[in-house]
Design a protein around this ligand. Structure first.
Ligand SMILES: [Zn+2]
Length: 442
């Protein structure tokens, strides 16, 4: 694949696809329950073995049986500089083989892609980082500053048993880390042949998963009944589901929209930016969600028989709030929920945001442009949540930077948690080259 094995990063480019395939073949499905989440320990030990082969020591800690996270530290040339954390989760969301073109845990290479669950979320980054540090160890490359590697469990269920656990119980392993990179960002959107936007995540929305419970008078389904828990709950759920929260432009999204205006030579109506975002393709569904708070009803639970009115009814709602909007979101939500319905948080975690500037960002920009002269890096806010929420608690500036130059026609957004998740081998090799430049001198 690459001609010269003496070129730094050459071996990493050669083995990244194989490492990714191997990692995909370790089924690390996170069902949300420890009893049924099997593979994280196997995956962590596999990573430890790959690091050990090249003389990089690591430690594995379990939060619960099998819920393993691995940490390793690669000493930098200048030990007085603060460290950089590179973190990736090893778990994946479930996949149903019946829906896929290839088995989701086959790691098959086909048509220039590596296929399987985790190929873009986020065993791709895990494999790129692993390939690179193995190459460095073999060729004697030392990064400028300490690089701490964390391969963690449980991200797909909120990170309580992975990143959260490391931050709470083993912060010493992350000592001195002031900045962090991980998912979701660093991928390209093609504007035209000589211009690609690379979306670097500098912010992500907060999580507010909630259960709503309505009470009422139980009774016979054939009677006149004016105090029905199901009716009350559904009114609240319908209000929430139909509500469009007001547009709120945070600094990363202002910068992002300005970059889109410039790249496409258009003017974006500040009142309706979604209209302009549509031209970015399917990714606009993800990015558009970062322009306002959102709340989507996702689960309903009530009753047990057609002719019995139950005394309670409950629903689950997936709420997401922008950085700085937490209180306003709760106020808006309370007004929508109304009287007679209780709200409890199931998962609640902070929004995070940092600025798109400073030496680390300069290095990202330089590394991307060196490998793609049509690259234009831009910040954006991620609508979903990542482990950045945990690591930020230790004061780190967190970025989504898992560089991938993608084919113009690839529907990347739909691959996350999607059927036929896959990643181009060439994109992985590009990512290795960018990370090599970036991490050496970051
Ligand atoms: Zn992920």
């Amino acid at each position: 694949m690459t001609d010269d094995a003496t070129v730094p990063g050459a071996r990493a480019q050669d083995e990244v696809a194989e490492l990714l395939s191997d990692l995909i073949r370790i089924d690390t499905t996170n069902t949300g329950s420890t009893a049924t989440s099997a593979g994280e320990r196997v995956a962590a030990e596999w990573v430890a073995g790959k690091l050990d082969e090249v003389g990089i020591p690591s430690v594995i800690h379990e939060s619960e049986r099998g819920r393993a996270s691995l940490v390793a530290r690669i000493p930098g040339a200048d030990r007085s500089r603060p460290a950089l954390l590179v973190h990736g989760h090893l778990d994946v969301v479930p996949a149903d083989p019946a829906e896929w073109s290839v088995h989701p845990f086959s790691g098959e290479e086909r048509d220039g892609y590596i296929w399987g669950r985790g190929a873009v979320d986020m065993k791709d980054m895990d494999a790129m980082v692993l390939a690179l540090v193995r190459d460095w160890a073999r060729t004697g490359v030392r990064p400028d500053r300490d690089i701490v590697l964390a391969f963690v469990a449980d991200e797909e269920a909120g990170g309580k048993l992975g990143a959260h656990y490391l931050v709470d119980e083993h912060p010493d392993l992350l000592e001195g880390c002031t900045e962090a990179i991980s998912e979701v960002g660093g991928f390209s959107i093609t504007v035209r042949d000589d211009l690609r936007l690379y979306l670097v995540q500098t912010a992500e929305k907060g999580l507010a998963w909630m259960r709503l419970t309505a009470g009422g008078r139980p009774g016979h389904g054939s009677f006149v009944h004016d105090d029905n828990a199901v009716t009350r709950l559904c009114e609240a759920v319908a209000r929430i589901g139909a509500h469009r929260f007001p547009l709120t432009l945070t600094p990363p999204m202002r910068q992002f929209l300005a970059a889109v205006e410039d790249a496409y030579g258009i003017e974006i109506d500040p009142a309706e930016p979604e209209l302009a975002l549509a031209r970015l393709g399917s990714i606009s569904r993800m990015i558009g969600a970062a322009l306002r708070n959102t709340a989507n009803p996702t689960m309903l639970d009530a009753g047990y028989k057609a002719n019995v009115i139950p005394g309670t009814a409950s629903a689950t709602v997936d709420g997401r709030f922008l950085y700085g909007e937490e209180e306003e979101f709760e106020r808006q939500l309370a007004a929508l929920i109304g009287e007679g319905v209780q709200r409890e948080w199931l998962v609640h975690d902070q929004a995070v945001e940092t600025t798109f500037d400073g030496p680390l960002v300069d290095q990202m920009v330089t590394a991307l442009k060196a490998e793609d002269d049509g690259a234009r890096p831009v910040p954006f806010t991620m609508s979903g949540g990542t482990d950045a929420k945990s690591f930020q608690r230790l004061g780190m500036r967190c970025f989504g930077f898992s560089p991938l130059r993608l084919p113009a026609d690839l529907d990347f957004a739909s691959l996350f948690h999607g059927i036929d998740e896959r990643v181009p081998v060439e994109s992985l090799q590009f990512g290795v080259r960018v990370l090599d430049r970036f991490l050496r001198s970051a």
